[in-house]
Design a protein around this ligand. Structure first.
Ligand code: DAT
Ligand code: MG
Length: 132
């Protein structure tokens, strides 16, 4: 299943709390990508520390792990031609204050600590994140 036609996307707890699940999924369906897996999860501290292990030395690591435990999130795998590249463009960026209007982060959030989605940034990270 894991190849460059699949991407892992998560709707973060904050995105769920703001009732943006439908808004986030809709453009991916509209575009023609295929939702091949979806799960509501309340992530544990251990799972989040593993998910974000590359950021463990960042000053915001503890607050990131804590905010990701503030409620359930939605984990998804989407499939389709160039979904890795196009999916990231559609969500658009770590820092929502710089994201273009028309993208998910451009339209639905402002602060980096309260962005509403995560997506894998490489085939390797997609493989790891789908496993987690
Ligand atoms: P992305 O989520 O776009 O892959 P990342 O992997 O660099 O970005 O960072 C993961 C998350 O960490 C990001 O969604 C929000 C948080 N984060 C990143 N940079 C931050 C910063 N400068 N201050 C606070 N939180 C930050
Ligand atoms: Mg990342």
């Amino acid at each position: 299943m894991v190849n460059n036609k699949c991407i892992f996307i998560a709707i973060k707890p904050h995105g769920m709390q703001c009732n943006f699940v439908g808004e986030i999924i809709k453009p991916f369906e509209q575009k023609g990508f295929c939702l091949i897996a979806m799960k509501l999860i309340q992530a544990s501290e251990d799972l989040l520390k593993e998910h974000y292990i590359d950021l463990k030395d960042c000053p915001f690591f503890a607050s990131l792990v804590k905010s990701m435990q503030s409620g359930p999130g939605v984990s998804m795998v989407w499939e389709g031609l160039k979904v890795m590249k196009t999916g990231r463009v559609m969500l658009r960026g770590t820092k929502p204050m710089n994201s273009r209007p028309g993208t998910i982060h451009g339209d639905f959030c402002i602060q980096v600590g309260r962005n509403i989605t995560h997506c894998s940034d490489s085939v390797e990270s997609a493989e790891k994140e789908m496993g987690l």
